[in-house]
Ligand binder design. Structure first.
Ligand SMILES: [Zn+2]
Length: 317
């Protein structure tokens, strides 16, 4: 079933596991991810990112992602990762994505707040959720996600007090933090600032997101989730697993591309399954928000609308 991010992340935050975001820029990736989610009974977040659009245009990926999510036997969020422009975010919402990330982390703090707050109001009016980023997660060399390498990443770590202020001011549903993580494959073993994760999780109400998950050790993941991470982004690991499987199948190929497709789907399924079990989202497909009539998302939305009206009224006085 197609759901938004609150429906899978709020139960994850409450019960101390994490849900993976796996990017699916083609059908093999999408089929492998959904198949892993269904076989492990795991909620899942699937999507694409603005920098990945050259490999699969947003409109085209929406043609398979959204129907596949609706048909799935587990909750599936369709998410735009790292929306960099207002236009792409709006297009995703129009196409039926249930969640977006608007990444203004390279803007000044005030600009980040202003732009994300405006987009949060728009996303919520679609019943969609939104993720923001504070601090800046850089990229390892050759990352498929981008190429903003940072000379000294620790200068861009998320400041806990600012994180709270950012969430309060913007109304984001999830927050990506920079704590020693980076996109793509790590050249040197990364060192995560677990203390910082714990401090931010203690101050901020919304689920926290760890980008650049490919290449971290199992112990790193477990500790990060234990300290308060509720969503982990994975792309490099499944991207590479698919090609390795195709490459080894290539040597005994008989019919061409149709030999390689099932090999890629199976490899993506295996790699995603491993991650879902590691994050503890397996068996959690049935974890839902407690609701009293209205879903919690609707209540949040209603609260925001009422607050907005009250604010307008007060301003007129
Ligand atoms: Zn990212």
């Amino acid at each position: 079933m197609l759901v938004n991010m609150n429906e899978v992340l709020l139960p994850a935050k409450k019960n101390h596991y994490a849900v993976g975001l796996f990017n699916a820029v083609n059908l093999e990736l999408a089929r492998g991810i959904i198949s892993a989610a269904e076989s492990t009974q795991s909620p899942v977040i699937m999507g694409t990112a603005e920098v990945l659009l050259p490999y699969g245009p947003l409109e085209e990926v929406s043609y398979y992602l959204i129907p596949m999510a609706k048909k799935a036997g587990v909750p599936v969020v369709i998410h735009l990762d790292h929306g960099l422009t207002r236009e792409t975010c709006l297009q995703a919402l129009e196409l039926g994505f249930t969640s977006i990330m608007y990444d203004c982390s390279t803007d000044s703090y005030d600009e980040n707040v202003r732009k994300v707050k405006e987009m949060a109001d728009i996303a919520h009016s679609y019943g969609a959720t939104i993720e923001g980023e504070l601090g800046h997660v850089g990229d390892n060399e050759g990352s498929a996600e981008g190429d903003s390498r940072l000379d000294d990443p620790s200068q861009y770590y998320t400041e806990p007090e600012k994180a709270k202020d950012f969430v309060d001011k913007t109304g984001v549903d999830a927050l990506a933090i920079a704590v020693g993580n980076a996109h793509g494959a790590y050249k040197l073993p990364p060192k995560l600032d677990f203390e910082r994760i714990r401090t931010i999780a203690g101050l901020v109400d919304v689920p926290l997101v760890l980008h650049g998950g490919s290449g971290l050790t199992d112990t790193d993941f477990k500790r990060a989730i234990q300290e308060g991470i509720s969503k982990v982004n994975i792309f490099t690991d499944i991207n590479v697993a698919a090609v390795k499987a195709e490459f080894s199948r290539f040597s005994t190929m008989e019919k061409g591309l149709i030999d390689l497709i099932p090999a890629a789907v199976e490899a993506v399924k295996q790699e995603s399954t491993k991650k879902m079990k590691l994050f503890g989202s397996d068996g959690k497909a049935g974890y839902r928000l407690e609701s009293r009539g209205l879903g919690e998302t609707d209540v949040n939305l209603l609260t925001k609308l009422v607050a907005e009206e009250v604010r307008k009224y007060m301003n007129r006085q």
